[in-house]
Design a protein around this ligand. Structure first.
Ligand code: PEP
Ligand code: MG
Length: 348
């Protein structure tokens, strides 16, 4: 929403009624700043507003480097309200629709009709542009009471994502049917989270056959849609060549990939200073997956938060990453970083 914000602060009672500066860039909250300081921040804020206005000029610009190399920038969204900003910033499409929003914060499973209505709206709104729906990634940090997920000692390493969907086949099939039915209204793609074995892909393909069979039986129209795997475990990285052959494209979920590679919980505030999402191991893995995908003629995208890190845009493009998917508020800064990249620089 482009509103400066800070998380992980415990507000204190005595702050009530005081003035404060929220610096979302540095994650600092200044309570009762004095006059000079306030003035300095007013200057900074005005500069920020000006910069945002400058950025808005990039709304209609192409996602390509100075030397004409195309790097489409897609949007990550987690609810239907975000569709407006996807269109406003002219994203290349939706690179990650986190479909959990229809499952969380409620008392029971969403119905097929409810899911279908949402996916249809996404497909229709995006028109010619691609919208990648990630099948539901529940468990770990995404819990709801009615799901009755048994307590786990280590939920981050638990029965989450595709593992849970393969256990709860009916829940999974309801979602797949809804996505397939909505496919005729636009350009949808399916993406599976937390894959780490070929056996999971076998199981998914079998379920997809059943889903298509059920739709045929009911004479419900659908069309074949591209499939993708999220590469977000070290295991998936190591077998990414084989996985690439099973789908149409790959997308690196670097949020989970980083936490599993570093063995550090991405939500643990105690690890904030130690959590290095630029870790060379993670960057090496990204390169491995890009190479594995390209070897098999598959495009490789990044949809983890790191895709929005403009300090790495140049690196990703040099690595051969085919596109980046970021939250809507980051589309323009990333577009600027892409446009400022020149792949011919430094070459003879
Ligand atoms: C990721 O893990 O990088 C990702 C995009 O998925 P999520 O953040 O929803 O786990
Ligand atoms: Mg993930």
């Amino acid at each position: 929403m482009a509103v400066p914000s800070i998380v992980g602060i415990r507000p204190e009672e005595e702050w009530n009624g005081l003035n404060a500066i929220v610096d979302g860039y540095t994650g600092t909250l200044y309570i009762q700043p004095d006059g000079e300081f306030l003035k300095e921040y007013e200057i900074r804020r005005n500069a920020d507003i000006e910069e945002r206005e400058e950025l808005l000029k990039l709304r209609h610009q192409k996602d390509e480097t100075a030397d004409g190399h195309k790097v489409p920038i897609y949007a990550n969204i987690g609810n239907l309200d975000d569709l407006n900003s996807v269109l406003y910033y002219e994203a290349a499409g939706i690179g990650l629709l986190r479909s959990e929003f229809q499952y969380l914060g409620r008392e029971n499973y969403p119905s097929e009709e409810e899911l279908f209505a949402a996916y249809k709206r996404v497909a229709q709104t995006m028109g010619e542009k691609k919208a990648v729906i990630r099948t539901v990634d529940l468990g770990a940090d995404k819990q709801a009471k009615y799901l009755k997920i048994p307590e786990e000692t280590n939920p981050i390493m638990g029965n989450r994502g595709i593992r849970l969907c393969l256990d709860r086949r009916e829940m999974f099939k309801v979602q797949l049917r809804a996505i397939y039915r909505a496919s005729v209204y636009g350009h949808l793609a399916l993406m599976y989270p937390m894959i780490d074995s070929m056996e999971e892909m076998d199981a998914i393909e079998q379920i997809l056959d059943e889903v298509r069979g059920e739709l045929d039986e009911k004479k419900q129209p659908y069309q074949e849609i591209p499939k993708a795997i999220m590469i977000e475990t070290p295991a998936a990285v190591m077998i990414s060549e084989e996985l690439a052959r099973r789908v149409d494209f790959l997308s690196l979920g670097t949020n989970d990939l980083t936490q599993y590679t570093l063995a550090m919980d991405r939500q643990n505030p105690l690890l904030r200073e130690k959590y290095n999402d630029h870790h060379p191991a993670v960057l090496k893995m990204i390169q491995m997956v890009v190479d594995a995908g390209h070897k098999n003629g598959r495009k490789v995208y990044i949809c983890g938060e790191i895709a929005a890190d403009t300090k790495l845009t140049h690196t990703f493009i040099r690595m051969g990453v085919d596109g980046l998917s970021v939250v809507p508020a980051c589309i323009l800064p990333v577009r600027r970083a892409v446009r400022n990249t020149d792949l011919t620089e430094g070459k003879d």
